[in-house]
Write a protein that binds this ligand. Structure first.
Ligand code: HEC
Length: 447
């Protein structure tokens, strides 16, 4: 009835008519309402196939399958709760501010959420089994996230870290050994994934970073840090370059791992796999993609017991840039992170705001081609991080502890991982022109 309420302002007459009918024929009105209430087979299964089964199917990363009515029915209330507060599917971007067009958006639309909520509220009925869509086919194992997009089953190359055994009970541990890439000729990379090799391994890998060491005269030098090639943390899918950008790998290159292991109450041996997808031989993309750590804080944080703490960091872009993606990195008390651009004119724009950070989900938000921010030289990236060290934060192990910056999961961090493509001022002008044309075309198509 609430939905009809929206109609009242527009067509008051129609609403009065509905009311009249309800009074005159209560029985048939109820029947009509039932006909309208969503059923699993007709309305819900297609949504779950599209937005949930990627993770919720037998033997996958989620705790339960959501494929069949029998699978789903016991979870109906929990589904409603998680979907309503946008905890599931994991997508923690504030929908009211900043860029909203992404290449990897897995969130539900407002209509889909409303349908799921109405379905649960009306008793989560199965409906006509004949309405059930054909089962969606999935690869047997968890698979690689980007392989299908390139018409492949596997990445072009998989580099594996050394086996590491984490005892059942242990302090956090780091594996910082080195693996040569073994590559024989220069190759440009267009997508990268990192994953723990086994489902069990997922339980002990908190994050994995691969730093690249290679000899390249005149290469863009990062500011005092080794060049991070790829970072992975719980819940991340991977990095996908735009078609005009890539990362270069040279013969003789090596990866320095920084793999952070946490105990899982059971002895587990793990390796981490780095999957690489290459551009065709000889293809050189126009731009080079750099993965940058953009701090709200680095090295110090002062998070007092039972408070919400704020940290801010400012990073100047020394060249014009296109920002490709954003990923917030915090630990158990992470509450929110915002990245803003302060333009040379002084104007400030919100790029992205993760307003409901969840440590289980270090999602990389990859901007759509027509939305990736183009920022002139001299722009400042401002990153603000909020930590909630109160009992209100469910994942907080102890709100009465002071918490500082540190590597362990119980310490905190506050930085964004941002993929950036740098360009000279001339290249920037060309990109801005291209963007205008793209947006004009999009507007035309919408009319
Ligand atoms: C990217 C993978 C992924 C997608 C997509 C996803 N889930 Fe989940 N879901 C998980 C994982 C992993 C967990 C357990 C960890 C957690 O709670 O964050 C979970 C937990 C849940 C839970 C809580 C289960 C419990 O133990 O109480 C519910 C309910 C749920 N998901 C529903 C959904 C629904 C409904 C969708 C689709 C609309 C969906 N999820 C999409 C991975 C996913």
């Amino acid at each position: 009835m609430f939905e009809a309420g929206f109609g009242v302002t527009r067509i008051a007459g129609a609403s009065a008519l509905t009311l009249g009918l309800t009074l005159a024929l209560p029985g048939s009105a109820v029947a009509a309402d039932e006909a309208r209430s969503p059923t699993f087979t007709r309305d819900i299964a297609p949504i779950f196939q599209d937005k949930c089964e990627a993770c919720h199917r037998p033997d996958s990363i989620a705790p339960m399958s959501l494929k069949t009515y029998a699978d789903v029915r016991p979870w109906a209330r929990s589904v409603k709760a998680r979907v309503q507060d946008r905890q599931m599917p994991p997508w923690h971007i504030d929908k009211t501010v900043g860029i909203q067009k992404f290449k990897n958006d897995r969130s539900l639309t407002n209509d889909q959420i409303a349908t799921i909520v109405r379905w649960v509220d009306s008793g989560a009925p199965q409906g006509d089994p004949g309405d059930m869509p054909a089962a969606r086919q999935w690869p047997e194992d968890q698979g690689w996230n980007f392989a299908a997009a390139f018409g492949q089953k596997e990445p072009d190359m998989v580099i594996t870290s050394h086996p590491f055994t984490m005892p059942a009970v242990s302090q956090d541990a780091w594996d910082k050994r080195v693996t040569p890439t073994g590559i024989r000729e220069p190759r440009w990379v267009r997508a990268i994934e990192i994953r723990p090799k086994t489902a069990k391994g997922r339980r002990i890998v908190h994050h994995a970073i691969a730093y690249l060491e290679q000899d390249e005269p005149g290469a863009p030098a990062p500011l005092g840090l080794p060049t991070p090639f790829m970072e992975w943390a719980v819940g991340k899918q991977g990095e996908l370059m735009r078609p005009d950008a890539g990362k270069l790998l040279l013969p003789g290159s090596k990866f320095h791992w920084d793999i952070h292991y946490s105990q899982a109450g059971e002895e587990i041996t793990n390796q981490v796999e780095l999957g690489l997808y290459f551009y065709p031989r000889g293809h050189k993309p126009k731009f080079r993609n750099t993965l940058q750590l953009v701090p709200a804080a680095l090295g110090t944080l002062d998070i007092r017991p039972n408070t919400i703490a704020v940290a801010e960091g400012f990073t100047v872009l020394r060249e014009a840039a296109r920002v490709e993606s954003f990923q917030a990195h915090m630990h158990l008390r992470g509450k929110a992170m915002m990245m803003e651009a302060i333009l040379p004119t002084g104007q400030k724009q919100v790029i992205s705001h993760v307003n409901d950070f969840n440590f289980n989900w270090h999602t990389t938000y990859i901007y759509a081609d027509e939305a990736a921010p183009l920022l002139p030289k001299g722009t400042i990236l401002k990153v603000t991080a909020w930590h909630d060290n109160t009992a209100a934060k469910k994942s907080n192990p102890d709100p009465n502890q002071w918490v500082g910056w540190g590597d362990r999961t119980v310490d905190e961090m506050a930085h964004a991982w941002v993929n950036i493509v740098y360009m000279n001022d001339h290249g920037f002008t060309i990109e801005v022109e291209k963007r205008r044309a793209m947006q004009a075309q999009n507007t035309e198509q919408q009319q």
